[in-house]
Design a binder for this molecule. Structure first.
Ligand code: ADE
Length: 241
């Protein structure tokens, strides 16, 4: 799987691949990362890539020409490249998208800076457009890394045995149950006693009940998609049906 970051700021992205799981995936050649800088494609003699907005409005907008040239070249080199734009004005990125996109052979993330990208570029080249949440970042680079990370861990071989993909939050409507590490008692804080007794069926039902509680607290809207089955869960009252 190849990821191409189309960005004016390669430095903002590189560091993320210099440690941990994605570093290992790069070393094992399970993923490959490259960069395309629109500034390298500008015909402007001052290397400008942005301008004021036509029709008024605050801030600078990225010009179409450098991005058209860069993305045309990208598509010429790989007709299968899947081009994704990052902007707050888009559908929210979800775990299902991460799983679906993990099957692609090549994804390019196009990051805007300033007030955004000339819409004609998006219209012409976007296979998909995503937002990572209802807030405005200074550019799409962080958002593109978020997608890249979430997609990569669904690519076969990226996670080791210790970093399992099983039963994660968002795979079901419920949030994941809390996890605990050793020691079993830290200072005067113990892990839930059921976790210590080794009865796996009891541990499973406690975890389900805790999942239902967490979901009720943090994401009550998600509970509507789930039938509470545990004693604890059945105490959860829905305020709206
Ligand atoms: N660029 C700026 N803010 C963003 C957001 N919330 N999601 C994706 N791209 C962005």
């Amino acid at each position: 799987m190849t990821f191409t970051f189309v960005t004016l700021f390669q430095n903002l992205i590189e560091g993320y691949f210099q440690d941990s799981i994605l570093k290992r995936a790069l070393e094992k050649k399970i993923i490959n990362v490259d960069y395309l800088n629109p500034r390298d494609y500008t015909l402007n003699k001052h290397k400008k890539v942005d301008d004021t907005a036509v029709g008024g409005g605050a801030g600078m907008v990225m010009n179409p020409q450098p991005l058209f040239y860069a993305l045309e070249e990208l598509k010429k080199n790989d007709e299968n490249v899947h081009i994704v734009f990052l902007t707050p004005v888009a559908k929210p990125f979800k775990q299902n998208d991460a799983k679906r996109l993990a099957a692609k052979s090549h994804i390019a993330f196009v990051s805007g800076r300033y007030e955004g990208i000339d819409e004609r570029v998006v219209e012409e080249f976007a296979d998909e457009v995503f937002s990572i949440g209802d807030y405005i970042l200074t550019g799409g680079e962080l958002a593109s890394l978020v997608l890249c990370d979430a997609i990569s861990r669904n690519v076969d071989g990226v996670l080791g045995n210790a970093e399992s993909l099983e039963i994660e939050s968002f795979e079901t409507p419920l949030l994941e149950a809390p996890s605990f590490s050793k020691p079993k008692i830290y200072e005067d804080l113990s892990v839930p006693s059921e976790y210590l007794k080794g009865n796996h069926s009891k541990i499973r039902s406690l975890k389900l009940a805790l999942s239902e509680c967490k979901t009720k607290f943090f994401r009550p809207e998600q509970l509507k998609k789930h039938n509470c089955t545990t004693a604890l869960g059945s105490q959860i009252k829905r305020t709206k049906s």
